[in-house]
Design a binder for this molecule. Structure first.
Ligand code: HEC
Ligand code: HEC
Ligand code: HEC
Length: 202
């Protein structure tokens, strides 16, 4: 045994000495490679996170409550939600919801502290997004003239158009809900045709 150990030591000794003297300059050169590797890995993680963050499934990957209902309605072709109509047109969550750092920090804190409420359907109470004309028309998504034409003489009633009335330009959110049920705002005073799946104002 003792002999074996001695042999091993003596066998290793010269090898180590050689490596110290010969590898010394090489070892120094390895640092830039290690640094580059670290930078590449961090960049890859960053890019990976960036693309993951773009995916609708990112939203409820961790924040099941309250995000599940939004993501489900988005993917479910039977949900009848405008979110799904947009999913079918390949519009992503972040195309509508601009992910500002401050918003994300606020959302993160609200989630961690549980400082939010959800309604019976699972949607957040007190939505802070109002879909204005600009919100829906950004990136040229909706050609307003075409929208007005589409609902001319709405429900067969001559002169009635939810998109052009004595109400002027009102936010789309008055009627259209992306994640919830749309409401025929005009019907708080009139009784124009109610689109399928919509409700009248209470
Ligand atoms: C007063 C209620 C009301 C408001 C406000 C409203 N809409 Fe509509 N919208 C309707 C109704 C009713 C329809 C027809 C039913 C449907 O297609 O869902 C419709 C349909 C549409 C359609 C589909 C048109 C098509 O080609 O069939 C688009 C796009 C649209 N609205 C966009 C908007 C945008 C953008 C805004 C805000 C600038 C807006 N709407 C505001 C009631 C409204
Ligand atoms: C077509 C644009 C659009 C798309 C796509 C969209 N949203 Fe929304 N989102 C809205 C609008 C408008 C509201 C305001 C409430 C409503 O209309 O139902 C809203 C409200 C919300 C809210 C409530 C809190 C707030 O900020 O108002 C959450 C959470 C949310 N969306 C998450 C999502 C997630 C997750 C996805 C993707 C799975 C998504 N949204 C896709 C337009 C969109
Ligand atoms: C706050 C109540 C109120 C709301 C909301 C409202 N209207 Fe009116 N509207 C009136 C009144 C009042 C008149 C005038 C009296 C009448 O003719 O009934 C009128 C008249 C009209 C007329 C012409 C007369 C008729 O009855 O044919 C049209 C068309 C019309 N509204 C469409 C709309 C549309 C479309 C919306 C939704 C974008 C809307 N209104 C929302 C109260 C309202």
């Amino acid at each position: 045994m003792a002999e074996e150990i001695e042999e091993e030591i003596s066998a290793e000794q010269p090898a180590e000495e050689v490596s110290v003297t010969e590898d010394a300059p090489k070892k120094k050169k390895k640092w830039p490679i290690v640094l580059i590797a670290v930078v590449v890995v961090i960049a890859a993680l960053g890019i990976g996170f960036f693309f993951w963050h773009q995916q609708p499934s990112f939203c409820n990957a961790i924040c099941h409550t309250p995000m599940d209902n939004y993501v489900k309605g988005y993917y479910d072709n039977a949900s009848g939600k405008l979110a799904n109509t947009h999913a079918q047109a390949n519009v992503k969550c972040l195309d509508c919801h601009e992910a500002t750092i401050s918003d994300q920090v606020t959302e993160g804190i609200a989630w961690i502290t549980g400082n939010y409420k959800v309604d019976a359907s699972g949607n957040i109470v007190g939505d802070n997004v109002t879909a204005t004309k600009a919100f829906c028309a950004k990136s040229g998504c909706h050609d307003w003239n075409a929208v007005v034409v589409a609902t001319t003489d709405w429900g067969g009633s001559s002169g009635v158009n939810p998109h052009s009335s004595h109400q002027g330009t009102i936010a789309c959110s008055n009627c259209h809900s992306v994640h919830g049920t749309s409401t025929m705002y005009c019907n708080s005073c009139h009784s124009w045709k109610l689109p399928t799946g919509w409700t009248n104002p209470k």
